[in-house]
Design a protein around this ligand. Structure first.
Ligand SMILES: Nc1nc2c(c(=O)[nH]1)N[C@H]1C(S)=C(S)[C@@H](COP(=O)(O)OP(=O)(O)OC[C@H]3O[C@@H](n4cnc5c(=O)[nH]c(N)nc54)[C@H](O)[C@@H]3O)O[C@H]1N2
Ligand SMILES: Nc1nc2c(c(=O)[nH]1)N[C@H]1C(S)=C(S)[C@@H](COP(=O)(O)OP(=O)(O)OC[C@H]3O[C@@H](n4cnc5c(=O)[nH]c(N)nc54)[C@H](O)[C@@H]3O)O[C@H]1N2
Ligand code: SF4
Ligand SMILES: [Mo]
Length: 908
């Protein structure tokens, strides 16, 4: 076995991993004890990375280039030359006829810095279009715009180490416990070390992060600016302003003071749905702490007011002097592993290399000189939402999509699907072939991914880490940068720029690209001229800036209180509260909030391959308050239709006490592939954008919820023996056969042995559909199945037992037994003692079937029922941990364990 140091490919915490591999197989992964972002820890997602690269996942990898002669033909395998020549021909023809702005590139913060750099140079340097945007537009662009507006540069000034030095943490619009788990472990440690530390959490939902707070402010979605302005109002009133800091290092305070005069705590309490005294307490803790650190993420960024939400929060730091000191500052947590690297190389439609601005003629000239091209175009390119609108209205004819799945993750999916349908040419460069966007690819280019690629990423704290390959590329997959560079040379030849293209893209590997990027940063705020691959190799991950001659990178920015603005002063921004793009109305009465689950990553092309990652939350569920359920005559588990102005989805409701009445929540992860008959969660969200950052309002929509009564409930499950069958091939077959179902959710469950699970509704009078379900789940041979049917009561059930193990079941009309049957299949226990209960309407057989509730501790497979029983019997968390090891490995479940303990019934 060999080991290779690399970086986790999920969130912006940027944990170091050690990949264990043998030949061309990745067999294990563990945290890198030397990496300063995690010191050896990994969360549930990071610690299962090797499972997402298991041999059976090859079935859903893109392994060979594919193309199709025209839209309605199926794609077939071709070689790289054919694929890239075809795309180069088509791009050249479109550019010749319609100009360079008729083509566009759409990338992602999951590309490595080197990949990003080449794509940026290809679009802006060779083709001469700024139509290069990325999913960072959906993610960090308001944070970028907010930092620039307030502080003058796009640089998070803090480090994770600041968590240890803060005595007030202000977490807003961030479910750190789920989305940045290893940063949250650090928060838990810091609070243990300093019990006086205050934790304030601002979120409309009572998340596990909020559950841990000393003060929780459950504000109405989108109302942050009113809250922050009111906190500033209180600080002014109480004399908690750091006037020396404000006078010496900032500008614009008077204008802001005029604005916040209106924002009394009483007024904000009204707008935000909060208690006045909680706003006052928050202001007091924030201002009077020795060091206050804010951590924030998409609850701020993903609104049409996102940039001003960021600036309103930064205003508080500037006014109270909580910046540029250990433990103090506005710390925007980046989402993707390399959202920062993308910003560094200028990978957005309005940016240029090394934090240069497209709108600045000097910056454009510098970049053109640096690349050795005549010029870079001045006209800003189209941002993500505008880009797909332009594809939809025909202005952009060809779109190249790399490392992102817009047909799942963009808002207003109806428009996105229409655009992809309408485009003359869609090129998709992805590591996996089963995403919603791949379905639209005229040309599919297979890319390498985590474990196979080589390069660098930058995490939230400006730390550059190496990503290293442990195993060779599967099939003919190639590295992202290499695909882009190869294409660039072919396109250059067709544009009459063969020599130029050869020179611009003459890279022999990622290091050469990175060195060029490094040289472009000389003298810029992110200057990394003191770094090299060799230094990263020798000394490990480093923070920027790291100019030539420096001994180390900067842990903290603005310690000298000099800001990269014209005046050298930070700027207060006079921010006003504005309503969300969609306000609830009689027709669409509920606020819908979207966000993340602990164990899934985005559209699930990778985490969705790991059965155990479904055990925490197995299917798309609409989290809804009991009052709202009762008002609609709904019960937990009912199927509902959720409708917004943009579209609708059908799914199950979950009675949840984490959302307030009038609000509901949907996880962002499920797209159309897993929810037959819909375009997924983002069918609902609007494409309203922030005027400064152009970031769409993905966090919020106004919706209506009504019962979905068509047909009868169906649950079908099938245990997969991975030695015989591939679970992903089975899922693909199921999906194909079940396209006509009006509603369906298709997921995995289980652990070592996966179980494919379909939930749907069909009419008992649609035997053809039921037969299709049976065929897909291996229940079509009547001689090998037990069945039960009661037409009068609309119930029909089937089960198959092979060698005493329950292999498949299908329940129509009555599905109470689904949970324990699933457990029986997962465990693979003898079906004999349960035989007479298999088709009975019982939530639990008298013999005590293996129901267990959701799995809380994924590492040791410990479920809610067992934990609740332990706490009910009076066991302490420590005792439970000692007995079962529950929560002692990755710790991702600790917030939830603490919540369960806190809510456990008191024992005598
Ligand atoms: N498990 C997991 N972790 C991830 C990811 C993943 O897919 N899965 N993705 C990564 C990426 S790319 C990103 S960008 C980050 C996102 O990380 P986060 O932003 O922390 O995650 P979200 O759940 O999207 O949203 C955070 C919270 O914002 C709250 N919120 C909604 N509206 C408002 C509001 O108006 N004001 C305030 N104050 N809060 C509001 C939501 O209720 C939610 O709890 O996560 C990263 N980490
Ligand atoms: N409603 C709602 N929508 C949201 C959000 C939300 O909170 N609510 N959050 C938004 C945010 S913050 C984000 S960041 C986006 C994320 O949205 P997407 O970018 O669409 O998310 P992923 O599913 O991570 O897509 C990454 C794609 O890259 C592929 N891939 C993985 N590794 C590689 C590689 O090395 N090379 C290549 N070429 N491909 C690779 C994966 O298979 C996958 O198809 O979603 C946004 N959408
Ligand atoms: S916190 Fe989890 S998902 Fe994020 S980088 Fe670390 S291990 Fe990966
Ligand atoms: Mo993101």
């Amino acid at each position: 076995m060999s080991e290779t140091q690399s970086t986790c490919c999920y969130c912006g915490v940027g944990c170091g991993v050690i990949i264990e591999h043998e030949g061309d197989r990745i067999i294990g992964v563990r945290g890198d004890p030397e990496h300063p972002a995690n010191f050896g820890r990994l969360c549930t997602k990071g610690s299962t990375l090797h499972l997402s690269a298991a041999p059976e996942t090859l079935a859903v990898r893109a392994r060979h280039p594919q193309m199709r002669p025209h839209r309605d033909a199926p794609r077939s395998r071709c070689d790289w030359d054919t694929a890239l020549d075809h795309v180069a021909d088509r791009f050249a023809a479109i550019i010749a006829e319609h100009g360079p702005d008729a083509v566009a590139f759409y990338g992602a913060g999951q590309l490595l810095t080197e990949d990003y750099y080449v794509f940026n140079k290809l679009a802006k340097g060779l083709i001469g279009t700024n139509n290069l945007d990325t999913n960072s537009r959906l993610c960090m662009s308001s944070a970028v715009a907010g930092y620039k507006m307030s502080l003058g540069a796009d640089a998070p000034p803090c480090s994770y180490a600041d968590i240890d030095h803060a005595d007030c943490l202000f977490i807003t619009g961030s479910n750190t416990a789920f989305a940045h788990p290893i940063a949250f472990r650090r928060i838990e440690d810091a609070r243990e070390a300093n019990p006086a530390m205050k934790l304030i959490v601002v979120d409309p939902r009572r998340t596990d992060t909020a559950e841990a707070a000393d003060l929780f402010l459950p504000l109405l979605p989108g109302t942050d600016i009113a809250l922050y302005n009111a906190m500033l109002h209180v600080m002014l009133w109480e004399g908690w302003i750091d006037t020396a800091y404000v006078d010496a290092h900032t500008e614009g305070f008077d204008a802001l003071k005029k604005v916040v005069r209106e924002y009394t705590p009483a007024m904000a309490a009204e707008i935000c749905g909060l208690r006045k005294q909680d706003i006052e307490t928050a202001a007091e803790w924030f201002a009077t702490a020795k060091a206050t650190l804010s951590l924030y993420c998409q609850g701020l960024n993903q609104y049409a007011s996102g940039t001003h939400k960021n600036s309103a929060l930064i205003n508080l730091h500037l006014a109270s002097g909580h910046i540029g000191r250990p433990g103090a500052g506005p710390f925007s947590l980046t989402g993707q592993p390399n959202a920062m690297g993308g910003r560094e190389v200028g990978g957005l439609a309005n940016l240029l290399s090394a934090h240069r601005d497209l709108s600045n003629p000097e910056h454009r000239a510098e970049v053109a000189r640096f690349w050795g091209v005549d010029d870079v175009p001045a006209e800003p390119g189209k941002s993500a939402v505008e880009l797909f609108q332009a594809v939809q209205d025909g202005h952009i004819k060809a779109v190249w999509i790399a490392c992102t799945n817009p047909a799942q993750s963009m808002p207003h999916q109806a428009l996105i699907h229409e655009a992809l349908q309408r485009a003359e040419l869609v090129v998709v460069q992805d590591a996996f072939a089963h995403t919603e966007t791949c379905a639209y690819a005229d040309v599919l280019l297979p890319a390498t991914t985590w474990g196979e690629k080589d390069g660098t990423v930058t995490n939230s704290e400006r730390r550059i880490s190496r990503v290293r390959a442990a195993v060779p590329a599967p099939g003919e997959a190639r590295h992202d940068w290499a695909i882009a560079a190869d294409f660039a040379r072919r396109l250059g030849a067709r544009l009459g720029q063969a020599e130029l293209a050869e020179r611009l893209f003459a890279y022999d590997g990622p290091e050469a690209i990175w060195n060029e990027h490094r040289d472009s940063t000389a003298g810029r705020d992110l200057d990394i001229t003191g770094l090299s691959y060799a230094l990263l190799e020798r000394d490990g991950p480093q923070q920027w800036p790291f100019p030539a001659g420096a001994a180390m990178g900067k842990i903290r920015l603005y310690e000298d209180s000099v800001y990269p603005t014209d005046s050298g002063r930070a700027r207060f921004v006079a921010t006003e509260y504005t309503a969300t793009a969609e306000t609830p109305s009689a027709r669409y009465p509920l606020h819908l909030i979207t966000g993340r689950l602990r164990d899934q990553w985005h559209g699930m092309s990778r985490t969705g391959l790991v059965a155990r990652l479904y055990n925490h939350e197995a299917e798309p569920l609409l989290h809804m308050h009991a009052d709202d359920l009762a008002r609609r005559g709904l019960a937990d588990g009912d199927i509902v239709r959720v409708k917004s102005r943009q579209g609708a989805v059908v799914l199950k409701v979950l009675a949840a006490d984490t959302v307030r009445a009038g609000q509901c929540f949907l996880p962002m992860h499920w797209g159309g592939n897993a929810m037959a008959g819909t375009l997924g969660i983002n069918a609902l969200t609007p494409d309203a954008i922030d005027p400064y950052s152009k970031q769409p309002e993905l966090k919020h929509a106004a919706v209506q919820v009504e019962t979905f009564t068509r047909g009868h409930p169906v649950v079908a499950m099938r245990r997969i023996d991975t030695a015989q069958e591939n679970p992903f091939e089975v899922m693909a077959q199921v999906r194909e056969q079940l396209a006509p179902l009006p509603y369906a959710s298709l997921t995995l469950t289980g652990r070592e042995t996966p179980v494919v699970m379909l939930q749907s509704r069909v009419d008992i009078d649609e035997p053809a559909l039921i037969a299709a379900v049976d065929a897909a789940f291996g229940l079509d041979d009547a001689n090998r199945t037990l069945s039960y049917a009661d037409r009068r009561r609309d119930i029909a059930k089937r089960a198959r037992i092979d060698d005493d193990v329950l292999m498949a079941v299908r329940l129509v009309g009555e599905t109470r037994a689904a949970e324990w049957l699933a457990q029986l299949m997962i465990v693979g226990a003898s079906a004999a003692p349960m035989r007479r209960w298999l088709l009975a309407p019982v939530t639990q057989p008298p013999e005590g079937g293996p129901t267990r509730g959701k799995v809380i501790c994924n590492c040791f497979d410990i479920a809610e029922d067992a934990i609740q029983a332990a706490f009910a019997s009076g066991e302490s968390l420590e005792q439970l941990q000692a007995r079962t090891r529950c929560g002692t490995n990755c710790g991702s479940c600790l917030p939830e364990l603490k919540r369960l303990k806190a809510h456990a019934p008191a024992t005598a």
